[in-house]
Structures are given as structure tokens and as C-alpha cells.
Design a protein around this ligand. Structure first.
Ligand code: PLP
Length: 411
């Protein structure tokens, strides 16, 4: 099996397993797809990469070279971006509980836009901006109350969400007052993110209609950011909408709705994360022991919930192959289980695979988003290496952790 012209067995020999593999051409195709299709003649457009999905220096360099903007949710993500010279003006800083130190870091580093999430945060931004004698562009995250029919853990816009503020609420009124009086903040516009792995574009249409309505409270054209959340293909049960259709539908919807509600906006932004990186990523493992129980057959791999927590966290589904046996009869229905001391450390249940023996390589697909970035060192597992592959060549993006590094911060 080859990815971007590179034999995965060679990758195993060079970098070991578990190993995250990213197909650079695929990443570029996704980024360029959004950049090319998400355009309007009626307002400016901007595509941000939601870096929480996968934020390492090499990825940020790619985002930079493709000309996208960046969504960061922590000082750590911003720090990584600035470390590779990412333009701070193109960074949006999100998060429901940014610390004073994080806001100070962002403001003193001239981060282009802070997306505030609650009333208290606005007060802190104003205070820090005044102290540092800076002027800050601020957007506000709204809870548009749209149910995106996705897994309940990744829906973010129900009424009691920890994210954003409800239109018309007391908090909303306070926000308007704060911006009216503010000397150090400019209110740019509204942000909404309704959830993740969403297949139904109607949910975004509903969100867009609402946010456009909110713009009427202001007498100048605002920026609207509709967030991310576009679904990807994990298994054949998923029928995601391609980026050209997502982009065109969102642009059309917003253009129509602006006319209908007689509103003008300055800019429309989106911030996909998963749909940029998920399908471009693979995880390579080595099969260890196998075992049969009365009702199950297990293939154990040398990684697990430490490199991919999503199945344990919200029953995410994946597909896999045994490398070199892709075309063999898949006559074993197995549970692919990790090596952690947790019964829930199962990467795939009910996976049809051919017979595997210790030493075989098992590859899982669509692991580019929220795998590395949600990884842990549970059971003192070493963080795997990350490799980028393109045109028959591989490039190390993250070196595998060493045992010295594992304990170096411990006193
Ligand atoms: C505010 C915000 N924007 C963008 C995203 C990216 O979502 P996705 O990776 O599903 O595109 C998220 C993810 O949770 C988010 O919270």
C-alpha cells in the first residue's frame, strides 16, 4: 500500500508505529477547494483553518503557504502559529474561558480578532487593551440555538451550551452596552458554530438566517463567521457534502438571506477543521497478539485511545485494512483494540478484516482530525511520530517522543 507514492512499510521501517501519516496533496486540495469556492461578489470572504483539529508547526506552515487564516483556541495553539511566523493579523482567538494571561498574550502579540464568548470576557479584554494601550477587534460568539442533529457531545448550540450567548438575553443587552461604551474594542461581528460532523446543510442555513437577523442591531456592515463542522467520510455509512457544495450553498444562502432581510455585511467567514485534515490522515499500527473470546475476535494494536480517543469518547467509527492484504477476503469480524488498561480502549468494533498475524501492519483511515491533537500519554505511552508524505517522499513533522522526554518535566 502506498500513500502519496510512499510505501507504508517503508514508513514503518523509518519511523516506527504507531505513526500518523498525512497526505500533503490531499491537505492542499481541501484547503484550495474551500479557498476557491467560498467566494462572493457581494461581500468579502475568509476561510480559517480550525487548528484544534490538528495543530503542529508543519501543518501551520502549510496553512500559511496556502493563504488561509487560522482559528486558535489557546495560547498554546497561538504560540505554535507564531513560532512558524504565521501572521497574527490572520489569527482568530476563540474559547469560552480564556485566561487573563492568554488574553494578555494575544493582545500584546496583536492577534487580529478575539472571538469573545461571554460578558465577563469582554470586560477583561477592555481592561487589558487599555493597560497595553492597544485597540482590539472583537467578534462575539452567539448561541443560535440550532440543533444540528449530530452526536450530543459535539453539538455546541443548544440553549444551555457552555458556548456563546443567546440573542435578546440579558447578557446580550449587556454586550451591546459594553461595546457602545468601549474605547479599546471595535465590534466586528458575530460568530456561530453549531456543532461538528454535520451532514445537514439546512442546519447552517438556519444558523445563517438567525445571525443575519442579529446584524440589524448595528448601523454598519458586520463580519459573520459561521464556524466549521462540515462532515467527513469515516465509514461508508457517512455521505458527507463536498467542499464545493458546502461553500456554494452557504454563499447562496447568505446572499439570498441578506436580500430578504435587507442587511449588508462586510465579510463572511467559515472555519472548517475536520474537513480539511481528517481524510488526509491515516494511522499506522503494528498488530501484536490476537485472541478469540466466545463471541469476539480481537486484533490488538500497539496504540489505541492514546492516539485516537474518539471511539472511546463518543463512539466514533472508523475503517481499517491490513497492509498488503487489502484485497484478501475479509472473513474475520474483529474488534481492533488498543493496548491501554481500559476496556473501552477499542478503536473499531465489528471490523471486517482478513486474518492477521503478529507483525502485520494495520492502517486506520480518516484519522487526521482530533487524533494527534486529542492524544494523551495514558499508561505512559509515547506520543507517536507524525510524518507528511508527498510525491513519493516523506518528511518528519513530529519526532516520536522518547522516554527521557516522557519524564523530563517530572521532579
Ligand atoms: C468555534 C469552532 N470553530 C470551528 C470548529 C471546527 O469544527 P470542525 O473541525 O468540525 O470543522 C470547532 C470545533 O469544535 C469550533 O468549536
Amino acid at each position: 500500500m502506498k500513500i502519496a507514492g510512499v510505501d507504508v512499510k517503508d514508513l514503518k521501517n523509518e519511523y516506527g508505529t504507531p505513526l500518523y501519516i498525512y497526505d500533503v496533496e490531499h491537505l492542499k486540495r481541501n484547503m484550495e477547494g474551500y479557498l476557491n469556492y467560498f467566494k462572493s461578489n457581494e461581500f468579502e470572504t475568509e476561510v480559517l483553518y480550525a487548528s484544534k483539529a490538528f495543530n503542529v508547526k508543519e501543518m501551520v506552515r502549510l496553512v500559511k503557504s496556502e493563504g488561509m487564516s487560522l482559528d486558535c483556541v489557546s495560547e498554546g495553539e497561538i504560540y505554535t502559529a507564531l513560532a512558524v511566523g504565521f501572521d497574527p493579523a490572520k489569527i482568530y482567538f476563540h474559547g469560552n474561558n480564556k485566561s487573563y494571561a492568554e488574553l494578555e498574550y494575544a493582545i500584546s502579540n496583536n492577534i487580529g480578532t478575539i472571538v469573545a464568548d461571554n460578558v465577563m470576557e469582554l470586560e477583561v479584554i477592555e481592561e487589558i487593551a487599555a493597560k497595553l494601550n492597544k485597540h482590539v477587534n472583537v467578534m462575539f460568539r452567539m448561541n443560535v440555538g440550532v440543533d444540528a442533529h449530530t452526536h450530543k457531545f459535539i453539538v455546541t448550540a443548544h440553549v444551555d451550551s457552555k458556548f456563546g450567548v443567546l440573542y435578546g438575553s440579558d447578557d446580550y443587552k449587556k454586550i451591546l452596552e459594553i461595546f457602545k461604551k468601549s474605547k479599546n474594542m471595535t465590534f466586528l461581528g458575530f460568530h456561530s458554530h453549531i456543532g461538528s460532523q454535520i451532514f445537514d446543510l439546512n442546519a447552517f442555513q438556519a444558523a445563517a438566517e438567525k445571525v443575519i437577523g442579529y446584524c440589524k442591531d448595528f448601523d454598519y456592515p458586520l463580519v459573520i463567521n459561521l464556524g466549521g463542522g462540515y462532515a467527513v467520510h469515516y465509514t461508508d455509512a457517512d455521505a458527507p457534502i463536498p467542499f464545493d457544495k458546502v461553500s456554494k450553498t452557504l454563499i447562496d444562502t447568505v446572499e439570498k438571506e441578506l436580500k430578504k432581510q435587507n442587511v449588508k455585511i462586510k465579510k463572511l467567514a467559515i472555519e472548517p477543521g475536520r474537513s480539511i485534515v481528517a481524510e488526509a490522515g491515516y494511522t499506522l499500527y503494528t498488530v501484536g497478539f490476537t485472541k478469540k473470546t466466545p463471541n469476539k475476535e480481537y486484533y490488538f494494536i500497539d496504540g489505541g485511545m492514546t492516539d485516537n480517543i474518539r471511539p472511546a469518547l463518543y463512539q466514533a467509527k472508523y475503517e481499517a485494512d491490513i497492509v498488503g492484504k487489502e484485497n484478501d477476503k475479509k472473513d474475520h469480524i474483529v474488534t481492533v483494540a488498543g493496548k491501554c488498561c481500559e476496556s473501552g480502549d477499542l478503536i473499531i468494533e465489528g471490523c471486517a478484516l482478513p486474518k492477521a498475524v503478529p507483525g502485520d501492519l494495520l492502517i486506520t483511515y480518516t484519522t487526521g482530525a482530533y487524533g494527534y491533537s486529542m492524544g494523551s500519554n495514558y499508561n505512559k505511552a509515547l506520543t507517536p511520530a507524525v510524518v507528511f508524505v508527498e510525491n513519493g517522499k516523506s518528511k518528519l513533522a513530529v519526532r516520536r517522543m522518547t522516554f527521557e522526554e516522557l519524564i523530563e518535566r517530572e521532579v
